[in-house]
Design a protein around this ligand. Structure first.
Ligand code: ATP
Length: 294
């Protein structure tokens, strides 16, 4: 039996290794979220970041040419400002962040950063400049240190812990029996939605991108966690050009501009107070959410 056990044990080991590799790959694809068939043009340039201004100019887009999702969308996020996009589910909010990251190519109009059309840029330099905190962060089956450090290759332990402190997840981590060496992901410690998002924020702080995209989780977090995450986001987005894809209106109150998207079109825009006063769609959404909460 012992003779049988050793080879079986060996195969078990190989199986576990292969499985881990597959899970890591799967995570990576989840992380990149979408297919990758966009190639750099032969004369693609490296993004020359000056301010970090983001501009959508008359952007039209559909995943399928027969079904337009975004129609003639134009807005600018001046360097260091925050623009929040709100609208019903399926309005096309997250699609904006996918276009900015160039997971897909626009069908009409253009997306540019500091005046450079992103189609003319290398994808590596584009993605280097943008940090995304996605709706549902996928964690690698590895340690918390690895999962945060992934934001910047070669980061030191001090840098990782500093980022974790800024994302308000450090205290939680050091309270765990294995601290930063705690394994997370499918086969490790299961983190709550809010904890995962804070790991993602720490990762993004470490990356320190000029442009930040925060795709708010659709799943409801408890009010306390939500408030904390919003506060962290405010801290992180200071000095960064930020696009917030908002699913709850409480997130957008402080934004420099709020864009209301309806079936792929901008139907209203302005500050929170302005929009409330104009008593249109945004005011109705606000009223709706408020009455639901109370
Ligand atoms: P939610 O608030 O529910 O997240 P959203 O406003 O962010 O919605 P998007 O994710 O931008 O909406 O999706 C807009 C539309 O595009 C939806 O109708 C959706 O079905 C469609 N869509 C999204 N992703 C894809 C995809 N990969 N392929 C085809 N259609 C897609």
């Amino acid at each position: 039996l012992l003779q049988l056990y050793q080879p079986l044990n060996f195969f078990g080991f190989i199986y576990a290794e292969v499985r881990q590799a597959l899970i890591d790959m799967e995570n990576l694809f989840d992380l990149l979220q979408e297919k990758q068939d966009i190639v750099d043009s032969p004369d693609a340039a490296v993004l020359a970041l000056t301010q970090g201004e983001v501009r959508f100019d008359s952007v039209s887009f559909g995943y399928d040419a027969r079904r337009p999702i975004l129609k003639n969308v134009s807005f600018t996020i001046p360097a260091g400002n925050t623009v929040a996009v709100v609208g019903a589910s399926g309005a096309g909010k997250s699609t904006l962040s996918r276009l900015l990251f160039r997971f897909y190519e626009v069908n009409g109009g253009s997306v540019s950063i500091d005046g450079q059309d992103i189609r003319q840029l290398t994808q590596a330099s584009l993605r280097q400049a943008i940090g995304i905190v996605p709706q549902d962060t996928v964690l690698f089956n590895d340690t918390l240190r690895y999962n945060i450090g992934y934001g910047k290759t070669g980061s030191s332990n001090e840098e990782i812990e500093r980022a974790a402190k800024l994302a308000h997840i450090h205290e939680f981590i050091v309270g765990l029996p294995d601290g930063y060496e705690t394994r997370v992901g499918e086969r490790g410690l299961k983190l709550s939605g809010g904890e995962k998002q804070r790991v993602a924020i720490a990762r993004t702080i470490l990356k320190n991108p000029a442009i930040l995209v925060f795709d708010e989780a659709t799943s409801a977090l408890d009010t306390q966690t939500e408030r904390e995450i919003q506060a962290h986001l405010r801290e992180v987005s200071r000095d960064h050009t930020t696009l917030v894809i908002a699913h709850r209106l409480s997130t957008v109150v402080d934004a420099d501009e709020i864009i209301v998207l309806e079936a792929g079109e901008i139907v209203e825009r302005g500050h929170h107070e302005e929009l409330l006063q104009s008593n249109g769609r945004y005011a109705a959404m606000w009223q709706n959410q408020y009455s639901e909460e109370s």
